[in-house]
Ligand binder design. Structure first.
Ligand code: IMP
Ligand code: MG
Length: 161
């Protein structure tokens, strides 16, 4: 296991990202569980926004199943809202694309996407998030919320498996 992004780097970058987000007025910030939980907590601390949670899962081992399982969501309540959708990583971009479309279908006014990690080479321009803290390569990473089969989420830094 090799450290890719240190605890200090995470802290600094997330604080910068938070300053950028303050320029936009979002009604709600939605955390995509489980992976985004630490990033979301850090990002929304002291941010003037309502918070909410969606639970979705698409990953088995280190490969996407290509199918999104939405386990917990109340899309109705975001009608007419300006929403920030927050996830750990944009890989193929499918998860966030599906969630964003669902929110728009339910009458959400606007959905911006914010991720901790952007695997730019893994997705098309169309799926590019509005905000990201770090761009990384195609490697499978763990820590700071990200797991490998449920393990390593509580590591305070990001590491490569
Ligand atoms: P996407 O739909 O392909 O963008 O996949 C997004 C989801 O896959 C994320 O929310 C993560 O839960 C998971 N994922 C993608 N890459 C990684 C990784 O490197 N480590 C851990 N989970 C990952
Ligand atoms: Mg996830």
């Amino acid at each position: 296991m090799q450290t890719l992004i240190s605890e200090e780097q995470l802290k600094t970058k997330i604080a910068e990202l938070k300053e950028t987000l303050k320029k936009n007025k979002y009604d709600s910030a939605i955390c995509v569980l489980n992976g985004a939980y630490l990033f979301f907590a850090e990002l929304t601390k002291d941010l003037d926004v309502e918070i909410d949670f969606i639970k979705a899962s698409s990953y088995r081992n280190t490969h996407s199943t290509g199918e999104l399982n939405i386990i917990m969501a109340d899309f109705d309540k975001f009608k007419d809202k300006n929403v920030l959708l927050v996830d750990d990583v944009c890989d193929t971009g499918l998860t966030l694309h599906i969630l964003k479309n669902k929110l728009l279908q339910y009458g959400c006014k606007n959905v911006d996407i914010c991720v901790l990690l952007d695997k730019k080479a893994a997705h098309e321009e169309l799926y590019e998030p509005n905000y990201y803290a770090f761009e990384i390569g195609n490697e499978f990473v763990i820590g700071f919320g990200l797991d490998y089969n449920g393990k390593y989420r509580t590591l305070p830094y990001i590491a490569v498996m």
